[in-house]
Ligand binder design. Structure first.
Ligand code: NI
Length: 175
């Protein structure tokens, strides 16, 4: 089911998420909602806190950019290896129409649980590596704007303030 995506300013985006103890039907339903909501918004990744669920679950689908990587479900993900650096433009479904250059590792290896509850590893570079790092950040309450240069953040100030207002106006309805 498609869920409403929280906008910058919503408290759920700034919380550290709890580890998932058991991958059960509730988690599988959450993952289905994440995919539905991400696809409806034409995103390349979505994390549970963005739909108001404070659990360490996210999905990434970069097949449009890197067809060698299948859509992936990450439960309790941890970055277990990294190499190099890349700087590239990044956005986020919680910040419609806002983009900024973010420095990330150019390659990462991530260990997580899959939908079957089994541990697995996934690794990749470029856009896929960037998407993994962005989504894992969400699970710690970290957002891409935290990585921007002070100047860029300054330039975004007005837009961020408008987003915050919009999300606070919605807050009474959604959360
Ligand atoms: Ni995001």
């Amino acid at each position: 089911m498609k869920r409403e995506i929280a906008l910058f300013g919503a408290q759920c985006l700034r919380q550290a998420c709890a580890q998932v103890a058991v991958v059960d039907d509730a988690i599988r339903a959450l993952v289905a909602d994440l995919f539905d909501s991400m696809q409806a918004a034409a995103g390349v990744g979505l994390a549970a806190p963005q739909i108001g669920v404070l659990k360490q679950v996210c999905v990434v689908d970069v097949t449009a950019h890197q067809p060698n990587h299948q859509p992936v479900v990450l439960i309790n993900p941890k970055i277990t290896g990294h190499e190099g650096e890349q700087i590239g433009e990044e956005g986020c479904l919680s910040f419609p129409d806002l983009y900024g250059d973010v420095k990330r590792y150019s390659w990462v290896e991530v260990e997580a649980l899959g939908l079957d509850g089994q541990s697995f590893k996934t690794a990749g570079e470029g856009f896929y590596a960037r998407a993994l790092q962005h989504e894992i950040d969400h699970l710690d309450g970290k957002l891409f704007i935290d990585h921007l240069s002070p100047l860029k953040r300054q330039l975004m100030r007005g837009a961020l303030r408008r987003l915050k207002k919009e999300s606070q106006a919605k807050a009474s309805v959604i959360y």
